[in-house]
Design a protein around this ligand. Structure first.
Ligand code: SF4
Length: 366
């Protein structure tokens, strides 16, 4: 605690202070200072300073949280250190050790700097136990945007909240403002929407409303049925694909709620995103096709293998399947064997042409 903080508290006491258990007030030349553990009244200026020194953690805590900040940032920063759940002594004990929260795949550790100022360590949750020297160190919050663009294999990430954030980096000593800017770089607008949800102001746009607003090439997505919208949410919006918690449904009326789990993410999704709309456009054209009957010859194991391949691709597991693991249906050699055996020279499964008897392709185009 420093003299500036005490002077600020004394000045603020004239209007009365009430913050996280600290109360301070002034009546003429007399002051009072109160915490849950102590109450002192009729204090002179000198005695007020001594009382403040005896409760330095409360005073620095007030000083930090009396600073002017946008409400959403303030709420987020207080959430990071568990200000709503813990008393100042318990919180300061945790801050002295470093207290961590997870936000998507981010791990945010808050700790105490000089005079109660908070410092924040930001890294991938998977790197929680790694030493700073083993990670690439950043101090400019703008670097977050660049880091969010590619996964560990260098592949472009079209969805910032997909659970594929690259590892191996750290922002070890951010200020409060820098932390929020870095988090926003990784996961744009998540803090603002989280706060809006907490305050009952999240403006949710359901599927039907969003689809009807689409123009140009996306105008067609409103053709999709309720069942197809369920499939979209199941394909894109579950926790294994996106860390936002889906708050939108098909529509807000009776029967408009989707059955697909919303997810357990900390921050909400308020409307179908551009990636989902782009995918929906493709599905709209594909879903215009009628089902047909084909005759394929497959052994029971080959049928199961086709199912295993679809499943492995859908779950993003193909990279994990080792070349030596030929018991896995989606193993590369198994797939190549199936192709060699069951595809004809034109690439048709079991020699069954995709086109109908007249040779017309039945793929609908918008
Ligand atoms: S619509 Fe929302 S929940 Fe679904 S993938 Fe996009 S951002 Fe994630």
């Amino acid at each position: 605690m420093n003299t500036t903080q005490v002077a600020a508290l004394r000045e603020a006491a004239a209007e009365s202070v009430n913050c996280d258990g600290l109360r301070a007030a002034a009546d003429g030349d007399e002051y009072s200072l109160e915490t849950p553990e102590d109450r002192r009244e009729g204090l002179s200026e000198e005695a007020f300073r001594e009382a403040a020194a005896a409760h330095a953690d409360y005073v620095t805590n007030w000083y930090v949280w009396s600073r002017d900040r946008p409400e959403d940032r303030r709420a987020f920063l207080r959430w990071v250190e568990g200000a709503g759940d813990r008393s100042v002594p318990k919180r300061y004990a945790a801050l002295r050790e470093g207290t961590a929260r997870t936000w998507g795949e981010l791990r945010i550790t808050a700790s105490l700097g000089a005079d109660g100022e908070r410092r924040y360590d930001l890294r991938h949750a998977a790197d929680a136990e790694r030493e700073v020297v083993d990670l690439s160190v950043h101090d400019d919050p703008l670097a977050a945007r660049r880091l969010s663009k590619h996964d560990d294999d260098g592949r472009y990430r079209p969805l910032s909240t997909a659970p594929t954030l690259q590892t191996g980096w750290v922002f070890p000593g951010l200020s409060a403002n820098e932390l929020v800017r870095a988090v926003d770089g990784f996961y744009p607008a998540t803090v603002a929407n989280w706060y809006r949800e907490r305050t009952g102001d999240l403006d949710v746009s359901d599927w039907r409303g969003t689809a009807e607003r689409q123009t140009g090439i996306y105008d067609i997505v409103d053709e999709l049925s309720s069942e197809q919208v369920e499939w979209i949410a199941e394909s894109c919006c579950v926790d294994s694909q996106c860390l936002k918690r889906r708050q939108w449904d098909e529509h807000g009326g009776e029967g408009g709620e989707l059955d697909v789990p919303r997810g357990d993410g900390e921050f909400p999704c308020r409307e179908p995103c551009s990636l989902v709309i782009a995918a929906a456009r493709k599905w709209t054209t594909l879903e215009r096709e009628e089902s047909r009957e084909y005759t394929f010859e497959l052994t029971p194991s080959e049928k199961e293998q086709v199912e295993a391949i679809v499943d492995a691709v859908a779950e993003g597991r193909t990279d994990e399947i080792r070349e030596a693991d030929v018991y896995e249906g989606a193993n590369r050699y198994r797939a190549r064997f199936l192709r060699a055996k069951r595809f004809d020279e034109a690439g048709n499964l079991s020699g069954a042409p995709t086109d109908d008897e007249d040779g017309d392709e039945d793929e609908s185009e918008e």
